[in-house]
Write a protein that binds this ligand. Structure first.
Ligand code: ATP
Length: 971
């Protein structure tokens, strides 16, 4: 293999020119569906469809009566409801789009102006010289200039999981889809490293052409959604039964037993036929609800395909056919369907339609349409806000699962520590005073650090030279640099024959080079000291070669000293080799010469101990899983506050190898007590996660390396590091952009707050549902007038709910959620205490409202209480009053919902919830406008200012009682 060339890369002006000519390295996102199409999709909702059918039927009657008011009201309500939920959904989608933009910001190492630096993926231009490392995703298409043991995962383009890449024409593979010296955008480096020149970018890349996935996939369904789905099914069935019952009662009451015009048998027969036809025509609405109910009862029955996939039109036609068929049968028995005397009278038809509308509305009221939207909105809002806190959420479910997390298995480097590695101390036994000179041993040390490495130094800012790539190796290069030794001079001269890159499993790295300076072929090895030492026969000291055994004790005691200061330790070795063709792996047979050790310090991040404390007090366990040694890991554990010398014993710490030796049963008994796993390999990490999950824990795991992917995938929430490999990022659910543990603690807080917000919305919405359902049901069965009209219920249910969903979903996270223990993931979101709360409040509202209805049902109280209203208007005035009381009871209940589970007053932090205030205002102003100007559409008339005062003040008791309860509970 040839030696390394010195690359200069493009200059700034060349980059500019190239960008002007070829554009930026971004993929054109797939064309989005036009807005009107997305809006029309809202009408696919069966509930909205049936409302539309009802609205059109009502339009028919309106034309005959020449009275359009109520029909217009229904159409407006439908448009407004679809409009509002469409707007919220658009907003949520916009928030998800952020994900793709962040993807374009991935940092890529390039050579520019003769210097290695990092630029965003989107800023790569044609002609750039890009450096690739293991775990990187290739940012553009291009030709390899250099490739060391390079293997690429091309599965996203060709399905090939591992392809060897080389620049040596002799080794070019034939019959492969893409040439052996080409790398392609979107593919990943799974082994080795290399350098390539960019030829094609953005849409011109193979990846861009096939446009396999121009956007990050965001899966829709979350565990919470599934829970809500069964809740919706339950409510659907209850609503349907109540609706059916109400319809029957109303029809029997108004049409059969107490009709305006008495009905004849043939009219009834034809009516029954027509109704059956309507029932068949609407099968797509009610049958799924019934099947949903059966599913809840544990019956595994599948909705017939004809209903699931059959078009609406087809079923409507079938309904017409059924009516025709029944009428024909009627004809045989002497009922002539074409004779108008067999038809029911128009007023009766209007009454039936009215009963139908009430039934439809009951279903509409029962189904909590706001729920799924509230979840989507909460997730979208959390995702965007979490991004500001350095958490990039890749998979939606992660936000809520984070809230249920009981254990966090965290990496050490970067997550707990600052990832600013520095060589704190060295002990090269052949160096006098650890000084690097021109001696042979110095050259071996310098060569080992410079060439047996994949890191680079960025000299863009000469005052602050920065390390790029592997941080451990970067620290060593910086150490050389401090001694005024430029690593690249050495690296460019020594020709690499073969290289074994560092891996966490192997825990060492080896490079076989031809050194012109030493005039010999040398094998450099560096890695975990005990691993390197086990491959050595001698130690080179200032006195010459000494057998390892004689020196081991001294080395170990020095290592222990480093580790007790939380330092990462490294060992170095070399061997002169004569056999030019020998493979590295064959060379490492225990004949190496040990050069010495280095201690690398990496201070704990200052915010970590507090964040760890937050997690611990929130009942979330923290476990360190590190590749470092027992001593180093324990010291870090001590510094962050999870390791207590007086409490913890050897049962709380284990090494990867020992862990592997434990049987599953033994390991299961130990995993929950473990606090630290040292010298861990990815397989140990994966097993730990597996066993913890078996113990019923909800596990969040951090990982940055390619081989962490299985553990990340397997965990309930996988957290990758912003600086980690793209493979790890892809396998993860959340990326911590700042790599820091405190972001994990924030994510737990967000997850819990989100869950609470959804519970709050449930509390609010389900109380309305219970109250409205019972009132309309009881009112229509026992009363004369409908207590709430269809349009009124639509306002309450479709619009107010949607707004409230927005308000409660956008409440800011509450740090207090970290004071309680984690919830069980299996817990149902409507906890028994919430259910009790809903039923109690709902029933109280119903008693109050029905009591009011009863009290004013006769003229006595109506006349005396509303004496200031013109006599003929009193009933309408009372109904407006009643409607407003209903809405305002819910309005104040929204404040109680906001305060739910905070232990604080509903007014606490109100100034921080602008969204909530706005929605409260919209609902109040909306109600005033509706009552004042709603007229016939809403069956309202303007109330006096005094009455507004009485209603607002009177209903606010709901809030004051809530405040009182909260106050008592606090004490
Ligand atoms: P952490 O929890 O700190 O992220 P890790 O699991 O990433 O640790 P590894 O990278 O596997 O740990 O490192 C394990 C050991 O391997 C280190 O203690 C060190 O001795 C050695 N080591 C680390 N990086 C390199 C490297 N680039 N070359 C050679 N040896 C290394």
């Amino acid at each position: 293999m040839e030696g390394r060339k010195k690359y200069i890369g493009l200059s700034d002006s060349e980059v500019k020119a190239s960008r002007q000519k070829h554009g930026a390295n971004i993929l054109t996102p797939p064309k989005k569906e036009p807005l009107w199409k997305l809006f029309l999709k809202k009408f696919e909702d069966p509930i909205i469809r049936i409302l539309l059918i009802a609205a059109f039927l009502s339009l028919g009657i309106s034309i005959i009566h020449n009275e359009y008011i109520e029909t217009i009201g229904i159409f407006c309500a439908i448009l407004l409801a679809t409009g509002v939920s469409f707007w919220f959904e658009m907003d949520a989608n916009k928030k998800f789009d952020v994900l793709n933009q962040v993807n374009d910001e991935d940092q890529i190492m390039v050579m520019r102006n003769g210097n290695v630096k990092q630029v965003a993926k989107k800023d790569i231009v044609v002609g750039d010289i890009v450096l690739l490392e293991i775990g990187n995703e290739v940012p553009a298409d291009g030709e390899l200039l250099e490739a060391v043991s390079m293997q690429i995962d091309e599965s996203c383009l060709t399905g090939e999981l591992s392809i060897d890449k080389t620049t040596d024409p002799e080794h070019f593979e034939e019959g492969v889809t893409y040439p052996s010296n080409w790398v392609l955008r979107g593919t990943k480096v799974i082994n080795g490293h290399g350098v390539f020149e960019v030829h094609r970018i953005g849409d011109n890349t193979e990846f861009g052409k096939v446009a396999v996935k121009a956007t990050e996939k965001v899966e829709g369904e979350t565990p919470l959604n599934r829970q809500l789905d069964s809740l919706a099914k339950f409510i659907g069935v209850v609503g349907l039964i109540l609706a059916l019952f109400t319809f029957l009662v109303l029809v029997l009451k108004d049409v059969v037993f107490d009709p305006i015009v008495p009905m004849q048998k043939r009219q009834l027969a034809l009516l029954a036929g027509a109704m059956l036809g309507v029932a068949v025509g609407m099968i797509k609405v009610w049958l799924p609800i019934i099947y949903g109910g059966l599913e809840l009862l544990g019956k595994d029955s599948k909705l017939p395909k004809s209903v699931k996939e059959g078009g609406w039109l087809r079923w409507l036609l079938t309904g017409v056919l059924v009516t025709v068929a029944i009428s024909s049968i009627g004809y045989v028995f002497g009922v002539d369907p074409l004779n108008s005397s067999s038809w029911i009278n128009l007023d009766t038809a209007t009454e039936i339609l009215q009963a139908f509308m009430v039934a439809v509305t009951l279903v509409v009221v029962a189904v909590p349409e706001g729920l799924p939207m509230s979840v989507t909105l909460s997730l979208a809002l959390s995702m965007r806000r979490m991004l500001k806190m350095n958490n990039l959420v890749r998979k939606m479910h992660a936000v809520e699962t984070m809230g249920a997390t009981t254990v966090i298995c965290t990496d050490k480097t970067g997550t707990l520590t600052q990832n600013q590695m520095q060589v704190a101390s060295t002990n090269f036994y052949g160096l006098e005073d650890q000084r690097l000179t021109d001696s042979e041993i110095s050259r071996l040390v310098i060569g080992n650090i410079s060439v047996n490495s994949t890191a680079f130094l960025d000299f863009s800012d000469p005052k602050k030279v920065a390390a790029l790539g592997n941080p451990t190796e970067g620290a060593l290069l910086l150490w050389l640099n401090n001694s005024k030794i430029l690593y690249s001079n050495i690296r460019n001269k020594e020709a690499i024959i073969e290289q074994l890159p560092f891996s966490t499993e192997r825990k060492f790295m080896a490079t076989f080079v031809d050194s012109p300076k030493l005039r010999k072929k040398v094998l450099y090895v560096k890695g975990a000291p005990e691993v390197v030492l086990s491959k050595c026969k001698h130690v080179i000291t200032t006195e010459g070669l000494v057998p390892v055994n004689e020196y081991k004790e001294k080395i170990n005691s020095q290592l222990l000293q480093y580790q007790n200061q939380a330092m990462r330790t490294l060992g170095f070795a070399y061997q002169y080799v004569d056999d030019a063709k020998a493979a590295v792996e064959d060379l490492i047979k225990g004949e190496l010469v040990f050069l010495g050790i280095a201690g690398i310090s990496d201070p704990v991040r200052s915010d970590v101990p507090e964040a760890v404390q937050h997690c611990l007090s929130a009942g979330v366990g923290v476990k360190i899983v590190t590749g470092d040694t027992y001593g180093t890991a324990k010291e870090i554990g001590r510094q962050i506050g999870i390791w207590k010398d007086d409490e913890d014993t050897d049962l709380n710490i284990i090494g990867g190898v020992d862990f592997e030796k434990l049987s599953d049963e033994e390991a299961l008994n130990r995993v929950q007590g473990l606090k630290i796993m040292c010298r861990a390999r990815p397989t140990d990490k994966q097993r730990l996660v597996h066993l913890l999950k078996q113990k019923g824990e909800i596990v969040a795991v951090t990982g940055d390396g390619t081989n962490d992917a299985p553990a990340l995938n397997y965990a309930d929430v996988g957290l990758s590091m912003g600086s980690g490999t793209s493979v790890a990022k892809e396998a993860s659910d959340i990326t911590l952009l700042d790599d820091s543990f405190s972001s994990i603690a924030t994510a737990v807080m967000w997850g819990r707050s989100l869950y609470k917000n959804i519970q709050r919305f449930m509390l609010f919405q389900l109380t309305i549902n219970v109250a409205a359902l019972l009132i309309v049901f009881l009112g229509s069965v026992f009363g004369q007038q409908l207590p709430l009209t269809v349009t009124q219920m639509l306002w309450v249910n479709l619009i107010m709910d949607t707004f409230a969903a927005g308000a409660l979903a956008s409440l800011p996270p509450d740090p207090n959620v970290m004071k309680t223990k984690p919830r069980k993931n299996s817990d149902f979101i409507v906890t028994p205490s919430i259910a009790k709360h809903i039923l109690f409040t709902g029933v109280m509202f119903v008693i109050l409202l029905l009591g009011m209805m009863y009290y004013f049902s006769g003229p006595v109280h109506l006349n005396s209480f509303f004496s200031y209203v013109a006599e003929g208007d009193r009933e309408r005035y009372f109904l407006s009053y009643f409607f407003t009381v209903f809405v305002l009871l819910q309005f104040w209940n929204m404040f109680n919902a906001k305060a739910y589970a905070t232990g604080k007053s509903a007014f606490a932090g109100l100034n921080k919830s602008a969204g909530f205030e706005l929605v409260a205002l919209i609902i109040l102003v909306g109600q005033i406008l509706i009552v004042t100007f709603g007229g016939d559409v809403f069956r309202t008339m303007p109330l006096t200012i005094q009455d507004w005062g009485i209603i607002i003040g009177g209903t606010s008791v709901v809030l004051w009682i809530g405040e009182l309860v909260r106050l008592i509970r606090k004490k």
